[in-house]
Design a protein. Structure first.
Length: 129
């Protein structure tokens, strides 16, 4: 069996290449960096749009398999009121009547199964409404 050729460079340890194994080249070498950029951008954007105690209108995203009736029940159990429906059955805009209870409402939404709660006022610029 022949050993793989060794490449010597000044000041660098020798590299061994294995037959049949190619290094990622060209655009493939950028894939990890591109994925990191996309995931970081998504995480930062979600964090910036997250609903807080000061959010009057809350966009609620329920699990994707929820229909409109299940999503309405989820918001009702959390103590909120629906003011608008989203394009999909698992997305609604809700409010809570008592401003002092907003943080408790957000906590209840997550306990009841909401995947995401966003500040609906901040989303207006994103959806053009």
């Amino acid at each position: 069996m022949r050993s793989a050729p060794m490449v010597m460079r000044h000041g660098v340890l020798p590299l061994r290449t294995r037959p049949g194994v190619r290094a990622l080249g060209g655009l493939g070498a950028l894939l990890p960096a591109v994925l990191l950029l996309l995931l970081s951008t998504l995480a930062i954007g979600t964090t910036m749009l997250a609903a807080g105690a000061g959010s009057e209108h809350v966009a609620v995203v329920a699990p994707p398999w929820y229909g409109p009736a299940q999503t309405l029940e989820l918001v009702g159990r959390a103590g909120g009121r629906i003011v608008d429906m989203g394009r999909f059955g698992n997305m609604v805009v809700a409010v809570v009547e008592d401003g002092a209870a907003r943080q408790a409402f957000l906590d209840a939404l997550h306990r009841e199964g909401a995947w995401l709660t966003l500040d609906a006022g901040s989303l207006k610029g994103c959806v053009g409404r």
